[in-house]
Write a protein that binds this ligand. Sequence first.
Ligand SMILES: C[S@@+](CC[C@H](N)C(=O)[O-])C[C@H]1O[C@@H](n2cnc3c(N)ncnc32)[C@H](O)[C@@H]1O
Length: 278
Amino acid sequence: MDNYKQQVSEFFNRRTAYDLEGSRHPHEAKLLLKSVPLQEGQRILDVATGTGLVALPAAQKVGLEGYVVGIDISPGMLHQARQKIEALGLKNIEVIQTDADYLDCADESFDVIFYCSAIMYLTNIPAALQKWYCWLKSGGFLAFSCAAETAYMATVQRRVCARLFDIKLPHINEPLGTPEKCHNLLKQAGFKDINVKIEPSGEYLSVNERSMSWTGSGFYPRGNPLLQLSPEQLARLQSEYRSVACAAACVANLALLYQRLLAESFVPKHPPNLDRLD
Ligand SMILES: C[S@@+](CC[C@H](N)C(=O)[O-])C[C@H]1O[C@@H](n2cnc3c(N)ncnc32)[C@H](O)[C@@H]1O
């Protein structure tokens, strides 16, 4: 596992009570589940399943004739998922520890692929979309949610990096951060009837010590440009960020700092190719 993946896995391993961190994760899982009409007997893949917030209710919906596979890179998150599966006595679900970037499945294996609040951790999103397109049966659905480019304090972080060091800081979800980008990448992968919604996730960050400090830390799936900075430059970054973030907090009356947006895409695959039936 490379350094970045190790960092991601450890970050989630430390979150030993993930489901109780607030209402955001269960809320987003519910929204995503609502977007696809699940039916008994379907085969579902839940990529980056975490504690199974999507996978477990999906398993209950598809029943014993159906099947759910959840995969995740973090053994800690999967441990929480397994405890819940056991407590519920579910027999039609399995969770597997593996890296989504290297996952391989047979073509036309699934009716639905879910990817809730995690697609931005992938290192190669266009390649993943193409693989998922092949793994879906004709008429299958892909449904994912992710943060918009404006989410978190990314806008302030980017402004500070550009102003101090002329560095263009990539947002973790740069490839899919707007509805237009989602639409274009899905179209390029071959998907049709694309529907992308963007909406507030309904949660605000309280303005506290944590939200005012940033040392340049974060996940950069496609490379971290801040690695080139010296410790002195990082200290300047931290101090400048703090003053800009504090000023923003004052202007926003200590309320609107955290505006996470939810982008969802519901993608029925193309109808069967009649040419192939000749
Ligand atoms: C914010 S959590 C979302 C979990 C779950 N989908 C949910 O909605 O509650 C992100 C998850 O992505 C997983 N993840 C990140 N990168 C991954 C990768 N390359 N392969 C598999 N899982 C990954 C993390 O371990 C973590 O469980």
